[in-house]
Every structure is written in structure tokens, then in C-alpha cells.
Design a protein around this ligand. Sequence first.
Ligand code: GLY
Ligand code: MN
Length: 464
Amino acid sequence: MFNSKTYIKRREILKKKIGKGIILLLGNNEAPMNYADNTYTYRQDSTFLYYFGIDRAELAAVIDVDENKEIIYGNDFTLDDIVWMGPQPTIKHEAAKSGVKNIGTLNDLEEFCGNAVKQGRKIHFIPQYRYDNIFTLHRILGIMSSRINNFASTELIKAIAEQRYIKSKEEIEEMEKAIEVAYEMQTSAMRFAKPGMTERDVMGFIAGLSMSLGSGLSFPVIFSRHGETLHNHHYDNIFQDGDLVVNDSGAESELHYASDITRTFPVSGKFTLQQMDIYEIVLLANLTGIAEMKPGVNFKTVHLKVAGLITDGMKALGFMKGNTKEIVEAGAHALFFPHGLGHLLGLDVHDMENYGENNIGYDEKQKRSTQFGLKSLRFARPLKPGVVITVEPGIYFIPQLIDKWQKEKKFTEFINYTKVNQYRNFGGIRIEDDVVVTQNGSRVLGKPIPKAIEDVEEVASDKI
Ligand code: GLY
Ligand code: MN
């Protein structure tokens, strides 16, 4: 945990922003894999971590703004529990570390909420993503389970999002610790992967690193010779000489801040000339995206600039033709770059996405596009100092998408399908860094992870 002062200050800011009423925050419970005592790795809710820092299951908290009072609710472990789990801190002890003096049991929470409902007091809560917590809110607030998220407080979402949007120095330090682990995961994968191995061989190795060096993975590893499948989560392919591998993976720091890094490397250690051509475009897109970021610039502008660069690169190689501005406006480049340039990063790998992507990445001034490709941009607001966001351009050859567009004669004025079909088994390339916006520009977090062709080749040829 951070020092209790951090959590006290965060709650003070939130109370001021909300002004009146009650804020109810539920922690996460254990989640059974197949029966109650065999659980998935425990992960505390990120909002709960942000305001209270307590990494323990079966807790809830109330911030009573009217009474200027905070209460942590939970049940102490019994001797029976301790026999199986070993000595455990009391709720009182955990609450004190968070700077909270008042505690109660889970039954007390039910009574508190029951009384508040009877008195007609406003209870703010955020959208829920776990069914047990939806059920808890149904039980203690009397709202139909299926309608809980319709009653989430927009005021609370906006207030928390504005606060978590800007990362403090200590949060950045945590993220850099998570990137140190990602550095090891990336460079070790480059050294370890060889023709004849399965994707699983390498995925298991780097997942193990994330556990031994930090708090484990920040999301399931994407590790595939089929980089054109953006979020490929199956690992059965066998590497062949000449394959490119996309490794999109990240770790959590001890306090659960995330890293999210992508590198693409040749499994045998050397890029082919064809691979180099495409790789150089993606690398330029990554470097330009990072260089374009500064306070006041809208991330959508950066995304569109990068889309233009990818288009220029694909035109130079003969995959596309025509006017770049018209191509990007029409969305034809999305055949190769069908996703957004990046997303917020923090306690969650897609930070705060549980509050609703449009609540976080869009506002009244900036509505989400419905165009294929641009609709997947998760964040389209002006940048501010302290914002941490990923920059992750890519170029992919997705056979099913190519076939569909070609059959529909889509964008034939811009796309040279004959040339594209020569690359239909190419796969994909993505390069992703985690970047903080500074007072007058941006900074890539963590120590540099090889991404220039010669640097990647050097590491990927140095096999272990
Ligand atoms: N690293 C996975 C993603 O950004 O969605
Ligand atoms: Mn990402």
C-alpha cells in the first residue's frame, strides 16, 4: 500500500467533488473456478484499491459525504479460517493503514444502506462488472439486479474518472516497476523463442516471469505467430523459421499498476526484407505518435496523424493509392490498421473501462465515430500532463477482412488488392509503448525496450 496520507487525500478530493450524499464502493470477492474453495487468483477492484488500497476480499466501503465519515465494512477471519490461511490482519488494522477509523461488519453495511434508502438519501455507486456485487447491490439497495447499472451515478463516474485520469509521481513509479517486469518479459521472449517451439512454450515462460518479478499478468498474454488476430489468446501454433511473433503482454506491480507493451520480432532472429519494410512503417508510426503527444492535443488528432503515416507507408509500398487525406477520412486504411492508437493505462490495463468506455474516452464535444477502425479508438479527448496512455500502432493482413472488402469491391480506388493478396499470409506487426504526457511533450515510461530493427535482431539472435 501507499502511505495512508495518499488514500486520505484521494478521498478528500472525491468528497469535495461530490459535495453531498453517500458514496458506496464494493471491493471484489473471491471468484470460484469450479467450486467455492478453488478460486481464481484474487484481484481487488481497482476503484477500491485507488481510494482504500486494501488488497483483501469481501470488503465494502462507505464515504458518507454529508457526515464527513468513512467506514470500511468486512468480517474478521475466524479461527477456523486462520487454521487454513495462517494469521490474518483484522479489519480494524487494515482500515487504519488506509487512514480509516470506522469499521463495521457486512451486516452493518446492510443496515446502514437500508436506513439511508428509507431516509431517501442519495447513494452513489459505480457500474458493476461482477455478478456477485450486482447481487449485493440488489440485496442492500432494493434495485432489480438487471437494472443496477442503469442507476450507477454519472456524477460519481465523472468525478472519479477526472481524478484517476491524472497519475501522481508515486503512481508513475509503480507503473515503471510494472514496465521493468515487461522489459524482462519482452527481451526474454525474444531470446527464448525458437523455430519448433509452440507459442505456449514461450507464453508460459513469460507469464512465469510476471509472477516471479511482480504481481502477475495485467491481462492474458497475446503471443502469436498470427499477429493479425489482434487479441489472440490461443497458443498452439508451432513456430517456423521466418515467422514474426507479436508479443503483447504486461505485468502488474505489487500495488497492481499495469504495464502493457507490444514488440514484434523474428523468431529466428533476422527480419526478412518484406518484414522490414512493413516494420519500419509501424515503427515510424509509433515514434511519431509519441512525439505528437503534448498537453492540449486531442489523442484523436494523434491517431489520425498516425493513420495518415501508415497510409503513406502503404502507398509507397504499392498497397494503396490516392490522396492520403481522402483515404483516412473514408477509413480505407483500416484494412491494415483496424484499431485505435491506444488507451489509458493505470490500475487497469484499459484504465477505468469499467466506468464505460464512452464515459472515459469521449465527452459532449467528442462523440464516438461509427466508422470501422475509428470506432475502436478508446480515447478521443485532449491530453493533460500526468495522463498515461499507450501508443500502439499496427499493420495487419487479415485474410477474412481482405476477402470481404475485395468481394464488396470496397475502396477499390484506394486499395491495390492484387498486391495485398500477395501478403495475405504475412501476419501482423504492432509496437506498443506506455507513455506519460509531460508539461510540454511526452515521455516513454521505463527503460527503453528494444524496438529498432537492429536492436530487436541483436536480442532475438542472442538465444538462451
Ligand atoms: N494489450 C491489449 C490491449 O491493449 O487491448
Ligand atoms: Mn494496449
